[in-house]
Design a binder for this molecule. Structure first.
Ligand SMILES: [Zn+2]
Length: 86
């Protein structure tokens, strides 16, 4: 899976569907899209397994998924749906 867009940025959401995305590093860490984009140079280099992104995935229903860098919660798709229903 290619994680980067044509403009070399990481997406926050998968389209179509609007599913919230997160990124997995070589050491199995989790990065939010903001941290991935802010540290893009590190994420593309194989030198540091804490930063090197190997894939991206959709957070369907994990309400406790936390970014390993900024410790912010990564929104799940279930929460996005709830937000739409409120
Ligand atoms: Zn983050």
């Amino acid at each position: 899976m290619t994680c980067l867009n044509k403009d070399k940025s990481y997406d926050s959401y998968a389209w179509p569907g609007g599913y919230p995305l997160y990124y997995i590093t070589k050491d199995n860490g989790v990065l939010c899209p903001e941290c991935a984009n802010t540290n893009k140079f590190l994420t593309l280099s194989t030198l540091d397994p804490q930063w090197f992104i190997v894939t991206g995935d959709i957070n369907y229903e994990d309400p406790d998924l936390i970014c390993d860098n900024c410790y912010k919660k990564i929104q799940s798709f279930i929460e996005v749906l709830r937000g739409c229903l409120e």
